[in-house]
Design a protein around this ligand. Structure first.
Ligand code: ZN
Length: 424
């Protein structure tokens, strides 16, 4: 058989598949020497300055031009003004760094504004010196062996702990509050268009176990923060009693930042592995569309919710799902997944947060809280409807109501209801 290659296909191992372009970032630790550190610091500082300077300009412009036709500044306005700024003798030091990195700062500012207007993010905030620092190099960088070359700062030692696949598009240099430097290489690569195969599962997000799926498998919560919390508290106490601007305070701050970083790394690693496993094994995953910020307001569960990084996990599921062939479908957050008996549809209104399991008064099923919820999520996700039995107010008999009809824009077909609940 003759296979005609064209740009639509990609060879992947021994087989050929329709290809798809994705962006993937590879992050490596870098070890700049003393002189290189100084140059990088200059870049961080200038990138931060440009971002903050033009954020201030944009805010002022908006406030002063409420009644005029042009209310806000664009990227091009900013870029033009930045060039003029560099020619101002007071800001001549901006010329010492790679000009493209400064342009990227403006692009990030523009993107932050667009995200805000598209309701994807909060209003952009000013960048602070003691937070994570970064700047982007969009062009003229190279990687030769264990050496990374960027404009104005060639020859940085880099530790490549994994193979890079794809064409490098940009590199972002960053520094953590604990003082470590990293280079994140953004690559564009072709991967075979995913094949959707495997199971469909419902995922319930719990507090006791991190997730439980509808087949009964649960992944325990790693509780990273909990374990290190005592140590973190001790370090924070030590930090707060140190004198401001002192050397010992800086030292204690670094120690605190290092522990924080460690916890975050462990969490990200756990989430990466768990999400990869799930999207590889399944072709569709139904999850609850949780409002984490709302749930975190409940102080009893807030810490464990924020600790387990649910938002980050859902994001990972979504992008990895695209790569490995798994659809992630969110269902309405007001669906009573825990309260509904998955066998008969009875709604247990008296279920409290502490109940780990409950017996259904209608069909006598012993429902494990998390597994029951996961099965309900799968059922609701697949069919878009479930039959529900609500307990009547006087407690004598139950009434059958399809309460969830109102959640869906279209009325479900008769057959799908009957498929789901033969009792009706
Ligand atoms: Zn039941």
């Amino acid at each position: 058989m003759i296979i005609v290659f064209d740009s639509k296909y990609v060879q992947f191992g021994s087989f050929i598949a329709v290809k798809m372009k994705i962006n993937k970032a590879y992050k490596f630790r870098i070890y700049p020497n003393k002189i290189q550190c100084e140059i990088l610091e200059k870049h961080f500082g200038c990138a931060r300055f440009i971002y903050n300077y033009f954020l201030r300009q944009r805010i002022d412009f908006y406030e002063n031009n409420q009644s005029s036709e042009k209310k806000s500044l664009t990227y091009h306005d900013n870029a033009l003004a930045a060039t003029q700024l560099k020619n101002n003798p007071d800001y001549e030091w901006l010329k010492e760094v790679n000009s493209q990195s400064l342009q990227m700062s403006l692009k990030y500012l523009d993107a932050a504004y667009r995200n805000f207007f598209n309701r994807k993010a909060k209003f952009p905030s000013f960048k602070k010196k003691h937070n994570r620092q970064s700047f982007c190099v969009p062009q003229h960088f190279s990687l030769k062996g264990n050496v990374l070359n960027i404009p104005k700062c060639p020859g940085i030692r880099i530790v490549l702990h994994r193979q890079i696949v794809g064409v490098m598009r940009s590199v972002t240099i960053s520094k953590t509050p604990s003082g470590k430097y990293f280079a994140s290489l953004l690559c564009e690569l072709d991967i075979p268009e995913p094949v959707f195969a495997g199971n469909q599962i419902g995922l319930h997000y719990g507090i006791k176990s991190f997730i439980t799926d509808s087949s009964g498998i649960s992944v325990e919560s790693p509780k990273h923060l909990g374990k290190s919390e005592k140590r973190l508290k001790r370090l924070q106490r030590r930090l707060s009693c140190k004198q401001k601007e002192s050397k010992s305070r800086r030292k204690a701050g670094k120690r605190f930042a290092r522990l924080h970083e460690k916890i975050a790394n462990r969490r990200r690693d756990f989430l990466n592995k768990t999400s990869k496993q799930l999207v590889s094994d399944n072709q569709a995953i139904y999850i609850e569309n949780l409002a984490v910020s709302d749930m975190a307001k409940n102080h009893l569960i807030a810490k464990s919710i924020l600790d387990s990084g649910w938002n980050m996990f859902v994001n990972m599921l979504k992008y990895k799902g695209k790569w490995y062939g798994c659809r992630i479908i969110e269902i309405d957050r007001y669906f009573p997944s825990s309260k509904r008996c998955h066998v008969c549809g009875y709604i247990n209104e008296s279920l409290t947060f502490k109940d780990r399991s409950w017996q259904c008064p209608e069909c006598n099923t012993n429902n494990d809280r998390e597994l029951n919820a996961a099965i309900n999520i799968l059922t609701f996700g697949r069919t878009g409807t479930v039959q529900t039995i609500l307990p009547s107010l006087d407690g004598t008999r139950t009434q059958v109501e399809n309460v969830l009809d109102s959640l869906k824009p279209e009325t479900p077909s008769e057959s799908s209801i009957q498929d789901e609940c033969p009792r009706s």
